[in-house]
Design a protein around this ligand. Structure first.
Ligand code: SF4
Length: 365
């Protein structure tokens, strides 16, 4: 059996022997490492087996499989995390998919997984201690010198506040996380704190969903319990709730995967998104937007007559589309072929809507 270069310390082997000694008939069974007390000690790992060992011989045998010993020690003695966080840390290095020796070979080079727009890279040192690097997925191949380095996970709270253009991010799971930063060599506790600041509660909900225990609050129940100025949202028609979900909850707007519907037995019939972590109830941003749409939906439709050329009609649609997709900032001033070009929009307003808008043509009231 070939192992990557690791070195179980005397303290790690002492800990292993102490647990093996105190574990009675149960022994140790962890990630392929097994120790049993049966006519002396029996120890095994994939491709390795010894039995009838004294304590001293068990110590020597453990030295021959350092990857399994250091891996056991990391997950049982170093990581201090509840069920959800522990599962997340193991998911990061594909612990349930790869045997320890393969995993260590991967960890030597660094195992990277994405979580929303985060890229988390895990590495292990020669004693099996993991280090976690964290940055925006778009910065994965960036020169570290070009990224602002942080060490305190609390800094992630500030990073989460603004997008790359310095605008406030009201929805933490919007795909607008700013780039240009990195955390190197965090321990598990600090990594989890940073992820919590960037994507609050996502680890817990992901874990609950994996266990089939996610407690989903659907739209009607959520709308019913709103109070104050948001009480009105329960009046939003069902089809408008679907339009609202199509507006707010798709991948281009939110990285959560919507699990809620109108009700337990009444689906919205709208794409749920493909994010790694679930959305268990309509969020405050959705509720605030729904309040506006509830007011709008109370109005009756009327018929208006406009005269537009076919190109102008297409232009109106293109402008709505560009605003909806957040593309306005990308339209170049001199690109007159783009229907959402600012000069073309002003021309259309001057020609067709100038008087109705009640301004003097330069945008000022
Ligand atoms: S309701 Fe959920 S999926 Fe929709 S925008 Fe809010 S957090 Fe995202």
């Amino acid at each position: 059996m070939t192992e990557p270069p690791t070195d179980a310390s005397a303290a790690q082997i002492d800990a292993l022997l102490a647990v093996a000694d105190g574990s009675g008939e149960e022994g140790i069974d962890f990630d392929g490492l097994s120790i049993r007390r049966d006519d002396g000690y029996a120890i095994s790992a994939p491709g390795f087996r010894r039995h009838g060992l004294s304590t001293g011989e068990l110590r020597e045998a453990a030295r021959e499989i350092p990857a399994f010993v250091t891996n056991w020690h990391y997950w049982t003695h170093t990581v201090d995390a509840g069920d959800a966080r522990y599962a997340f840390l193991r998911w990061l290095e594909r612990a349930d998919e790869r045997v320890v020796t393969e995993r260590y070979a991967d960890l030597d080079a660094g195992v990277t997984r994405t979580w929303g727009q985060l890229a988390v890279t895990v590495r292990a040192d020669e004693n099996g201690r993991r280090e976690y690097g964290l940055r925006h997925e778009d910065d994965l191949d960036a020169d570290p010198g070009e990224l602002e380095a942080y060490a305190d996970p609390l800094c992630a709270r500030e990073i989460a506040k603004l997008d790359d253009d310095g605008r406030y991010r009201p929805l933490k799971t919007a795909p607008t996380l700013q780039t240009g930063w990195r955390f190197d060599a965090l321990d598990a506790t600090d990594l989890l704190r940073a992820v919590d600041f960037l994507y609050p509660a996502t680890i817990e909900n992901w874990h609950l969903e994996r266990r089939g225990e996610l407690d989903v609050t659907h739209w009607r129940a959520s709308a019913e319990r709103q109070t104050g100025i948001y009480e009105t949202v329960s009046g939003l028609p069902d089809e408008a709730v679907a339009w609202a979900a199509e507006t707010c909850c798709v991948d281009s707007q939110c990285l959560k995967r919507r699990r809620w519907d109108l009700d337990d037995d009444e689906a919205l019939g709208v794409e749920r998104g493909s994010g790694e972590f679930p959305c268990r109830e309509p969020c405050s941003l959705f509720i605030a937007a729904a309040r506006e749409w509830t007011t709008i939906e109370r109005e009756d439709s009327r018929t208006y007559e406009f005269e537009l050329t076919p190109s102008e009609r297409e232009q109106v649609e293109a402008i709505v589309d560009a605003v909806a997709e957040g593309r306005i900032g990308e339209v170049r001033e001199a690109d007159f072929e783009d229907s959402a070009n600012r000069y073309r929009a002003r021309y259309l307003r001057a020609k067709r809507f100038g008087d109705d808008l009640g301004d003097d043509g330069d945008g000022e009231e």
